[in-house]
Design a protein around this ligand. Structure first.
Ligand SMILES: [Zn+2]
Length: 369
């Protein structure tokens, strides 16, 4: 079928080069795949013109300037080859965003990133639209939450609900992004709202709840959320995740549980999609089986453990990436059915996997989202 009437071009992340022997090199930057072709001058000219997306007719006529015998069927054959290698994007003219659109310009490189996962340019733009229409609730705007919220906002998630009753203190400033000395004493959630408003030019709406998250507030406050990320560790990550799980599972809301860092170890995951992945109770069944967790606290305060901005940023953004995968439909969550411990001294992640437990009482509460 002819692509006449369409806009055609090499897809983002693909480059074409010519070597001294005249061979055409097509290189896929995201995977390193490298294809070599022996081609004639008209094909090289066509590929050169495809470096920028343009109407099919412009490519045909552009090649014909130097090669008057170049035909539509020859162009189609070249495009067939490129498409078979997944090196081509073809779009109806109506699908191509208008030039000069600010939102398109802001997210252009990001949509190119999504293209590698989504399959087509149109599907990559749909991912961005899903993020734009998404609503994510983040519990806690501290060392983890502030980085998570910043990444969600920069990525273009349309609505973020921030739940945090705390105010900014001097001790937060070494690792909690978005806060400065002038914010000390101000409610974190309000500072976040104003900063995100400024950073995104109002594209991202931040709603705030200046209340302490609890088992009681969970179900109501999550209503309408597409995803929840728990970045709260008071009274403990486990307790707050218990509450998040109890609220999210019956509503079919995916959530990213826990995560955090103590000293030089960062804890990554898990991501739970009700009805599809192992749930929080499945995790706990695995977690509590380990003797080292069968402990009774006697003394010492984990809140005095060391904390470090780069660790907070890394852990938070691993969680954010998984949340965005779920929200944007970019693929299976990478933190499902496992948790990881990132060691800052070696940059290794030790993964611990777990599976859905048969007849799990947590899984039984799941409303499949
Ligand atoms: Zn379960």
């Amino acid at each position: 079928m002819s692509r006449a009437g369409s806009v055609v071009g090499l897809r983002s992340g693909v480059t074409a080069s010519q070597d001294s022997d005249g061979l055409l090199h097509i290189v896929f930057l995201s995977t390193g795949r490298h294809c070599l072709y022996e081609v004639e001058g008209e094909a090289l000219e066509a590929v050169r013109l495809l470096g920028d997306s343009r109407p099919w007719e412009d490519v045909l006529q552009g090649v014909q300037v130097k090669h008057p015998d170049f035909t539509a069927s020859r162009l189609e054959a070249i495009l067939d080859t490129l498409e078979a290698e997944d090196a081509l994007d073809v779009a109806a003219r109506a699908e191509v965003p208008p030039a000069g659109d600010v939102e398109t310009a802001v997210y252009e490189k990001q949509v190119s990133f999504f293209r590698d996962f989504a399959g087509t340019a149109a599907a990559a733009r749909s991912v961005q639209s899903r993020l734009r229409q998404g609503k994510v609730t983040v519990i806690g705007a501290g060392g983890m939450g502030s980085w998570v919220i910043q990444s969600l906002a920069m990525t273009g998630v349309g609505q973020v609900l921030v739940i945090d009753p705390d105010t900014v203190s001097a001790g937060n400033l070494s690792r909690q992004v978005l806060y400065g000395p002038a914010d000390i004493g101000q409610p974190k959630a309000l500072v976040v709202r104003d900063k995100i408003q400024t950073l995104t030019g109002g594209r991202v709406r931040v709603d705030v709840a200046l209340e302490t998250f609890s088992a009681e507030t969970g179900p109501g406050i999550f209503s309408g959320s597409d995803l929840v990320i728990n970045c709260s560790d008071e009274p403990s990550v486990h307790m707050t995740t218990d509450w998040v799980s109890a609220a999210c599972m019956p509503q079919g809301i995916p959530f990213v549980a826990g995560g955090g860092y103590t000293g030089h170890i960062g804890f990554v995951g898990t991501t739970i999609v009700p009805g599809a992945t192992a749930c929080w109770e499945c995790y706990k069944a695995s977690y509590y089986e380990q003797p080292r967790y069968q402990l009774e606290h006697i003394a010492g305060d984990r809140r005095r453990a060391g904390a470090f901005s780069p660790m907070a940023a890394v852990i938070a953004n691993l969680q954010a990436w998984d949340a965005l995968r779920v929200l944007g439909g970019l693929g299976e969550p990478l933190l499902a059915n496992r948790v990881g411990e990132l060691d800052a001294q070696t940059l290794t992640i030790q993964w611990r996997t777990f599976e859905r437990v048969q007849c799990c009482r947590g899984c039984a509460t799941a409303e499949k989202g």
